[in-house]
Ligand binder design. Structure first.
Ligand code: GDP
Ligand code: IMO
Ligand code: MG
Length: 427
């Protein structure tokens, strides 16, 4: 059982942090493979709550080596403050490995993210403003700065010069902003070099050697399938590949090594930022899901948009990720509804459509076709096995499983590590 991928099956915030932490004690490595500190993964251990942005959730499991892979974009100041925040709370972070090939989110990438969004006005994406898109753009444009560049001042200076050449023209002439000085950026970045040095490693080699030794490696996705740059609701997406294939490119591990792909799926749907969302609710049900589910962004503090479960999306996530299992989270939040609507298909221009339309225009026009499932009123937060759940909650899970196309192997009934029903073992 060498490598598993754990990823978001919707628009992010499905409970990946909790699910990763649950497996953390049984795996040797937990690897972030894409995204950056746009992610906010919550882990609750006993009475302690942690919000992780860049660090893999495995950092909280003492036997586990956390790895930031080459596909991640790293803001050094955020990484260092996350590390010191955990150290202050008694968490040992010394095992962390950081890929020398990971790209760095520079201060100018953050500036460009913010000014671009402002310039877009009504058409903005609603990014987290953390510089994610511009950093990946620099990577693809081959003007990015990598972690390894911090250790060669001359190369670093040349690269920052090259990156700022064009950006300063745009900032001053188009956005009416002040130019950014090369020396200042170089000085700031060099200031991180010694502090990051103990963690920098050839993570591709380390992970492949670990797999050869039959160690268990868990890849922890950020964001979610519908935020994927290729497979999500483009352009309302993030700039990386949270889908399963991203784990291979973002960590340098071949697809033949991956034996299991677990989709984290909320028992309803949420989304942060702009973009289409067919089952979004604008009524008191939406408000109730937000309140009961505590649906507020971990990174930006924005209220999450809330809606009913969408089986079309879940089926799509099964397909594009080759999911072998689902981990259904937040079932407890649905306690108390007499009937729970579930979107089983869309109506688009008068036609019933069972699968996610590839056309952006069609998806914008998609209206949910609901099936009503009977609800339950019993408290389920103490349930330890599937049979502890009320009959209607069992039927809800079974119905979702059938519609979504992969077995539901675990069910979350609360935020805590132990508030989980394990149906099939992941390891
Ligand atoms: P992530 O980004 O996918 O890791 O998810 P977030 O941490 O952004 O959001 C998920 C929220 O739901 C967090 O506050 C978790 O503590 C919480 N959570 C996770 N699983 C469950 C669950 O099964 N029940 C309840 N009530 N809360 C959960
Ligand atoms: P986790 O890992 C939910 C959303 C933003 C915006 C879009 C692009 O906690 O699930 P970006 O800053 O990435 O360029 O923003 O993606 N977004 C997330 N939404 N959860 C996340 O991470 C997200 N990371 C980015 O709100 O709509
Ligand atoms: Mg989150």
């Amino acid at each position: 059982m060498p490598a598993l991928v754990l990823l978001g099956a919707q628009w992010g915030d499905e409970g990946k942090g909790k699910a990763t932490d649950l497996l953390g004690g049984s795996v040797d490595y937990v690897v972030r493979y894409q995204g950056g500190n746009n992610a906010g993964h919550t882990v609750v251990v006993g009475d302690q709550k942690y919000a992780l942005h860049l660090l893999p959730s495995g950092i909280l499991s003492p036997g586990c080596t956390p790895v930031i892979g080459n596909g991640v974009v790293v803001d050094p100041s955020v990484l260092l403050s996350e590390l010191s925040g955990l150290n202050e709370r008694g968490v040992d972070t010394s095992k962390l490995l950081l890929s020398g090939n990971a790209h760095i989110i520079t201060p100018y990438n953050v500036t460009v993210d913010k000014v671009t969004e402002r310039f877009l006005g009504k058409r903005k994406i609603g990014t987290t403003g953390r510089g994610i898109g511009p950093t990946y753009a620099d990577k693809i444009n081959r003007v990015g700065i990598r972690v390894q560049d911090l250790y060669d001042e001359s190369i670093l200076t040349q690269k920052v010069e090259a990156a700022l050449d064009v950006k300063n023209q745009i900032l001053t002439k188009l956005y009416n902003r002040r130019a950014i000085a090369v020396d200042q950026v170089v000085e700031e970045l060099l200031g991180y070099a010694d502090k990051l040095a103990p963690y920098v490693a050839d993570t591709v080699l380390v992970l492949n050697q670990a797999l050869e030794e039959d160690k268990v490696v868990l890849f922890e996705g950020g964001q979610g399938t519908l935020l994927d740059i290729d497979h999500g609701t483009y352009p309302f997406v993030t700039s990386s590949n949270p889908t399963a294939g991203g784990a291979c490119t973002g960590a340098g591990v071949g697809p033949t090594k991956i034996s299991r792909v677990i989709g984290i799926l909320k028992a309803y749907t949420t989304r942060v930022g702009a973009g289409p969302f067919p089952t979004e609710l604008f009524d008191e049900d939406g408000e109730a899901l937000r309140r009961i589910g505590g649906e507020r962004g971990v990174t930006t503090g924005r209220d999450r948009r809330c809606g009913w479960f969408d089986a079309v999306i879940a089926r799509y996530a099964t397909r594009v990720n080759g999911l072998t299992d689902f981990f259904l989270t937040k079932l407890d939040v649905l306690t108390g509804w007499e009937q729970i609507p579930v979107c089983v298909a869309y109506e688009i221009d008068g036609k019933r459509v069972e699968e996610l339309p590839y056309s952006q225009t069609d998806f914008h026009h998609a209206k949910p076709v609901y099936e009503m499932l009977p609800g339950w009123s019993e408290d389920i937060s103490k349930a330890k096995s599937f049979s502890d759940l009320p009959k209607n909650a069992q039927s809800y899970v079974k119905a979702l499983e059938e519609m979504s196309g992969a077995p539901i192997s675990a069910i979350g009934v609360g935020p805590g590590r132990d508030e989980t029903i394990e149906v099939n073992s992941f390891l």
